[in-house]
Write a protein that binds this ligand. Sequence first.
Ligand SMILES: Cc1ncc(COP(=O)(O)O)c(C=O)c1O
Length: 494
Amino acid sequence: MKTRLRTALPTLALDRDSGIPIYRQLYEAYRQAILAGQLRKDAQLSSTRELAIELRISRHSVMNAFDQLLAEGYIRGDPGSGTFVQAGFLGDTDLHDKGKSRCQELPGDVLSREAIRIAKAPHMPASSPPIPFRRGLPAVDKFPLALWSRIVASCCRKMRSGDLNYTEPQGSVAFRRTIAEYLRNLRAVKCEPEQVFVVSGSQQGLQLIAHTLLNEGDPVCMEDPGYPGARSAFLGVGANVLTVPIDDEGMEVNKATQLPRMPKLIYVTPSHQFPLGVTMSLGRRLSLLDWAEQSPAWVVEDDYDSEFRFVSRPLSSLQGLSPDRVIYVGTFSKAMFPSLRLGYVVLPKNLVRAFSDSRRSNDFCAPFLTQAAMNEFIVEGHFARHLRRMRVLYAERQSAMLIALRREFGNYLQISNTDTGMDLVVWLPASISDTKASHLASRAGILTMPMSFFYSTPSKRGGLFLGFGAISQNQIREGVKKLRRAIHPLLSHG
Ligand SMILES: Cc1ncc(COP(=O)(O)O)c(C=O)c1O
């Protein structure tokens, strides 16, 4: 039985200054209300026109929010009768979201403002089985696990009782020396071991940066589309996230300079823009640094996957051009494996002390044994060998992916971001909603991320972000076939 009463949300406060797009706030409010059981199965929602008038927002924003809810299976449209709460089907991002809905059931004053802001921010999927086309996963099936186990065991045997104590907040000296040398040689990062901070993955680095440098309301500038992990770290501390579009030279710095406020921090992915894959040109890098100097603003350079650039050599780091202004963030999640939880931050010298203090109040220090094993893996040459092997493997997987996409889709889809061999973007014909396509694919067991998820403003064209670094060529071929079968109805009507 359908509930005939039209349901608007009882408590919906849209915050135009939060840096979170209106359509996303609306989507999030409905999603939370459905998960919390506040909106029950089969309840009818107000029409997009009614809601737009009631909330004084554009109908386009309401439609975008509804599109996303529809694509993820929270609501359904019954032609001729309206839109209803669907429930029963939860999209693949909901494994961790169930925890969030429990948060929503707590009384309002239990959680900190930060926890609530983080719960509201868009999240990357948390746990990730390597099925087609879950993005962001390296080839864990080919990681030399036996060798790694031997190294970990041998480092453990070499430990002395003194190594069981708390270690330096920045990380072990030997490991920092190795990282500094690696970054100087490969990425032209200008640094001494004293500037290196070992962190448990770049996400902790971003959190540390946000907590050490930002206050509530501070303007932070990000790329649009951009990395949700960084966005949630900045939104968590209450920063005001301002976004700047990307063209084929990277962040459009001339547009950034017209922002209403000078930012305190600018976050960029210059060697391989996330998620479009563009490399920031040298001209743009220089204008960005010039603008950062005037603001003055810290520049955070997230160099998350430059080890696997195999089409062209990545440009040297931005940090190398301005070591006193740029904070360089890197990770071993792609080159090794994500559960290792090891990354690094290279700081301007004058920030080192403050970051050490912050780290002490966070988790004191990185685990000794993991650092020791990773250090040995690099120093003994295994890391370089592993990278060489992975580059070949990713090139093979990418080629299988491109052939399969062309065979199944012909010229229907436009392919971009093919520089690394771990993931790519396929752009859909203009009239097709990527959230719908992603939803259809997920029902067929294929995981994709709609490109609109990464934009803070509605994107002009839909696309799917597909990861294939962690799956075999056979899985790739089968996965592409399933994807075609799943989204065929959209393509044939598009
Ligand atoms: C842009 C970007 N930065 C950083 C990371 C890695 O995060 P972590 O080192 O915390 O695993 C990712 C992972 O997908 C990413 O896409």
